[in-house]
Ligand binder design. Structure first.
Ligand code: ZN
Length: 369
């Protein structure tokens, strides 16, 4: 028993010596844990009594923790945990403040350097975190370091204004405003987060990469807001055009029919959805043509997904500028990807008027917009 008290007291003393900035409840908890580890039934009250016994603490120190950087990303907050000071550490504990302002232990990471990613966050809200390092000694006793400073972070996006210096880019010399997440990644659809009220829109069709970028024009600045995978054709005319008219449904060469058609040139180049073989039918599209989106394969029109055609139809007034080009330089957004559809899926999964079919077949989660 004497030996036990000695050992416990050593642990308790050690805690007192090392963790001067840790709060009282943490001491008690530490002592209790230590006591249990040592014998299984000794209480923390016993552990903290015993007077001054000259026991030299073993070479155990716990480094102080700092949260080096906090990165709010798309739907997560990432904390980089490092420690400073001397001594070994076993790992970190990360605490998050809950809605009652209580600190809740979220995780314990057994690494001497760690990144913690909190995905239980939502856009526009703020969250507070703190962390501490711990060390488990050879007797299995856990020692905690001081808490880091509390860090509070808002999950949000920010603007960056840049002047395009790439001479190979169609945007060379222009000033664009990008929205970025906290981790520096470009937001490819900032309208999900912020209200952008442009003077007008302008559509850039990259014929060599087969996608469209829609920019909101705001004074002298361009704000990229959307990108659409597309299929232009070899004969799609490069240059600057202005849209001429729009049709909800329109008969195209074939004969076949397209939805949300926006006329780009008087020769009959349109933006339109993947064509259907039956008049005004949203359930007889060419699956082959849909699956070829992202390649240059049309007879000249610029085919896009139904949701993209609708966006252009709904947002771009007649007279909207359309720039068609083949340059390979800087683009704010990279080419969007697309998932192929099976041969029986004869409707466009992004078509809001066909979502019943996807629901019936339980095939696509229809995006609300
Ligand atoms: Zn579907």
């Amino acid at each position: 028993m004497k030996h036990l008290i000695k050992k416990i007291t050593a642990a308790a003393l050690l805690a007192a010596v090392l963790f001067t900035s840790v709060n009282i409840s943490a001491y008690a908890q530490t002592a209790e844990t230590n006591a249990k580890t040592a014998e299984g039934e000794t209480t923390s009250a016993e552990a903290t009594t015993g007077g001054a016994i000259a026991v030299t603490p073993a070479a155990i120190t716990v480094k102080k923790t700092s949260i080096k950087s906090v990165i709010p990303g798309k739907t997560s907050v990432r904390l980089k945990l490092t420690s400073s000071g001397k001594g070994k550490i076993t790992g970190f504990q990360v605490y998050k403040k809950n809605s009652d302002s209580d600190w809740v232990l979220k995780t314990q990471i057994r690494k001497s350097k760690a990144t913690y990613e909190d995905t239980k966050v939502s856009y526009g809200n703020s969250y507070s975190y703190r962390a501490r390092a711990y060390y488990v000694d050879e007797d299995g006793n856990t020692h905690y370091g001081a808490y880091s400073k509390t860090v509070t972070v808002k999950v949000t996006i920010h603007q960056e204004k840049i002047k395009v210096k790439d001479k190979k880019s169609i945007l060379y010399g222009k000033t664009i405003i990008l929205y970025k997440y906290g981790d520096g990644k470009v937001v490819t659809d900032p309208t999900k987060y912020v209200k952008i009220r442009p003077d007008k829109y302008v559509l850039y069709v990259n014929k060599s990469k087969d996608y469209v970028t829609a920019y909101a024009v705001s004074g002298k600045n361009l704000i990229p807001v959307k990108s659409f995978i597309c299929s232009p054709g070899a004969v799609t005319p490069v240059g600057r055009h202005k849209t001429l008219t729009k049709y909800r449904w329109h008969e195209l060469l074939g004969p076949c029919w397209g939805q949300w058609c926006t006329k780009v040139t008087k020769d009959g180049i349109y933006f339109h959805s993947i064509f259907s073989s039956k008049r005004n039918s949203n359930s007889t599209i060419s699956v082959r043509a849909y699956n070829k989106l992202g390649t240059t394969c049309s007879h000249g029109c610029i085919r896009v997904q139904a949701a993209s055609a609708k966006w252009i139809y709904d947002n771009c007034k007649v007279g909207t500028s359309v720039v068609i080009y083949t340059k390979n330089g800087y683009e704010p957004f990279s080419k969007p990807s697309i998932k192929k559809i099976p041969s029986w899926h004869t409707w466009d999964p992004t078509d809001p008027t066909a979502q019943k079919l996807c629901k019936k077949h339980k095939c696509h989660k229809y995006a609300k917009k």
